[in-house]
Design a binder for this molecule. Structure first.
Ligand SMILES: NC(=O)c1ccc[n+]([C@@H]2O[C@H](COP(=O)([O-])OP(=O)(O)OC[C@H]3O[C@@H](n4cnc5c(N)ncnc54)[C@H](OP(=O)(O)O)[C@@H]3O)[C@@H](O)[C@H]2O)c1
Length: 242
């Protein structure tokens, strides 16, 4: 059985990745910050079955690296897929009122852990050479619509990270894709309170399920901006590979 390593596993998008992995008959290796986060994860997805949790500090450039070391030593399950959705900061402060500290915190939370996760896991996936490996990054449309200053700018940085990763993995065994999300996705019981304006993590999961099952989706941005996008995935190449 293959395994998906999930960064940001305890969040809304992480929950959707777990639903998708389990429905795709994959095992989940979920990075959590502590036991309380792990319990939130289990509540979010409604099961503990098929999920291994490991504590690590994803904010540190050593955090995911240490997890990969444990995988190499056989202390944790080997993984073939990675899903990164660390972040979740979307304060409303305008760009003019943004303090240096707030700006750096948004970059530190929304952007850096995804880069650290990439740096820690891609060498491992390349070494393993599994031809079915995938790496998936979730970004938000706020980077284009500019709705929340600091959060928007972090998404712009993630778009660029995805461009680089698509290019760098064009000829590798790792199928890199970006999910570009223009809807509000929520995990757990809270999602029911918001009505149709909010998509449940379990519904959004179909997007990752389809990506996992579609070898033709490679080096692409998969756009999810309306409910219809769940039925027929909209995707296009992120960059031209020359
Ligand atoms: N949800 C959406 O509708 C949506 C829409 C568009 C794009 N996105 C993209 O998805 C990303 C995640 O969104 P989300 O809604 O899933 O966020 P979330 O529910 O707040 O989850 C964020 C994840 O990052 C972890 N995290 C945050 N700060 C941390 C810290 N200081 N140390 C360790 N871990 C930390 C959280 O761990 P803990 O659980 O331990 O706090 C959690 O696993 C966004 O930043 C954005 O790029 C989401």
């Amino acid at each position: 059985m293959q395994t998906v390593l999930i960064i940001g596993a305890t969040g809304n998008i992480g929950a959707s990745a777990i639903h998708a992995a389990l429905r795709s008959k994959l095992h989940v290796l979920a990075i959590v910050r502590n036991q309380a986060s792990a319990e939130k994860l289990f509540r979010n997805v409604g099961t503990r079955e098929g999920i291994t949790t490991v504590e690590a500090d994803i904010m540190s450039d050593r955090g995911v690296e240490d997890v990969v070391e444990k995988v190499r030593k056989g202390e944790l399950p080997a993984f073939q897929h990675v899903y990164a959705a660390a972040g979740g900061m979307f304060d409303t402060t305008s760009i003019l009122d943004l303090t240096t500290e707030e700006l750096r915190k948004h970059m530190r939370v929304n952007f850096e852990p995804n880069v650290f996760a990439y740096q820690a896991t891609i060498p491992y996936l390349l070494e393993q050479g599994d031809p079915t490996s995938t790496w998936t990054l979730c970004t938000g449309a706020s980077g284009d619509n500019g709705s929340r200053a600091a959060a928007s700018m972090t998404q712009g940085a993630l778009y660029s990270m995805a461009n680089v990763a698509c290019l760098d993995n064009a000829d590798t065994n790792v199928r890199f894709n970006e999910i570009y999300l223009g809807l509000f996705v929520m995990a757990g019981a809270g999602a029911d309170q918001f009505g149709p304006g909010v998509m449940k993590a379990s519904e959004f999961a179909i997007v990752y399920e389809k990506i996992l099952a579609s070898p033709d989706i490679r080096g692409c941005r998969v756009m999810v901006c309306q409910r219809e996008d769940l039925t027929e995935l909209r995707f296009r190449k992120k960059v031209d590979v020359v």
